[in-house]
Design a protein around this ligand. Structure first.
Ligand code: ADP
Ligand code: MG
Length: 309
């Protein structure tokens, strides 16, 4: 669906994106993740030509993006920004209707689409379509931002840290909605985040970037089972700056003395190393067994958002 072939973006003498090649499949939920400044936003914006490439090619449906008419392509690619960017003087309906209007949809088609999408994302259309953005909470506004990106039924949606400004409860709710929506509408979604828990929860596949380069691409399970190098290990162990310890991940499995014991305050990076060669690690706090960690329990904890202590 979207293919990067040796793509770089150079500012002065700095590679913001450095020889990136990857293939994003149709219908896939693809997450771009990495530390601040690693090139996520630049990568995303090159897809809909908000930023021109320095070298390489990006293909959209097997044609180089440069061969598309710009407007035509932008209509086929919805875009959701981190900051809420609704037009304050337009109703929610009119905010959502802009791209369908440009595409000359009929009034009736626009109205039914607006209502369908609002209802689908938990904002009953009857109640919300005539309101103004300021009459909605931040979480509801961001939800409208997502609906607006979906309005003209684009096959591809780009989302740049769309939930990072929200409180944890709204954020979790929107993640759940988006997963549900994705399973119903089957769009190709490219989602940028710097939060590994969010990446694990949402992504079919994850692309971890560092200094403009790809460190690893794979499913969440592949990241757990085969982190390719120390950077990947430390990124998943040290979830976006928060340090996780074994006690955060110990789950109440029955005690089994054949497995190695580690203390509760062991950093997860070390546990991931052990899980390469050990099936299960028993965790003790003081001398008391508090639970065990396996690759699959780690994965479950991570996809729940594994809260740090
Ligand atoms: P991320 O979204 O992962 O935080 P960005 O893609 O925004 O990272 O930026 C990648 C790198 O490119 C950063 O080092 C940033 O400072 C640099 N950069 C981004 N935009 C510009 C620009 N317009 N001019 C110069 N450098 C830029
Ligand atoms: Mg960014």
């Amino acid at each position: 669906m979207i293919k990067f072939d040796n793509v770089s973006k150079i500012y002065g003498d700095k590679h913001a994106v450095d020889h990136v090649s990857m293939n994003i499949k149709e219908g896939e939920f693809f997450v771009l993740i990495g530390p601040s400044g690693c090139g996520k936003t630049t990568t995303l914006k090159m897809i809909n030509r908000l930023i021109p490439l320095s070298t390489g090619y990006i293909y959209f449906k097997d044609r180089p993006i440069s061969s598309y008419k710009l407007d035509e392509m932008r209509w086929d690619i919805g875009y959701v920004l981190q900051q809420i960017a609704l037009f304050p003087h337009m109703t929610i309906r009119d905010n959502i209707a802009q791209v369908p209007l440009m595409k000359r949809w009929s009034q009736a088609d626009i109205d039914s689409q607006v209502d369908r999408l609002l209802n689908m994302t938990g904002l009953p259309a009857e109640q919300y379509r005539h309101r103004y953005p300021a009459e909605l909470s931040g979480g509801q506004q961001q939800r409208v931002g997502v609906v607006r990106a979906l309005a003209a039924d684009p096959p591809v949606i780009l989302m740049d840290e769309p939930f990072s400004a929200l409180d944890p409860i709204s954020r979790e709710k929107l993640q759940d909605d988006l997963l549900k929506l994705q399973s119903e509408i089957k769009k190709t979604i490219i989602f940028v985040t710097h939060d590994i828990a969010e990446a694990f929860k949402l992504g079919d596949r994850i692309c971890l970037m560092n200094e403009g380069r790809i460190e690893q691409i794979g499913t969440p399970e592949e990241f757990m089972k085969n982190p390719k190098n120390d950077f990947v290990k430390s990124f998943i162990g040290n979830m976006a700056g928060r340090i996780y310890y074994a006690e955060n991940f110990a789950t109440p499995l029955p005690f089994d003395p054949q497995f190695q014991v580690m203390p509760a305050d062991t950093r997860m990076e070390e546990i991931y190393d052990l899980l390469q060669t050990h099936e299960r690690i028993n965790i003790e706090s003081g001398d008391k067994y508090i639970g065990a960690i396996t690759r699959s329990t780690v994965f479950t904890q991570l996809s729940k958002g594994g809260q740090p202590s």
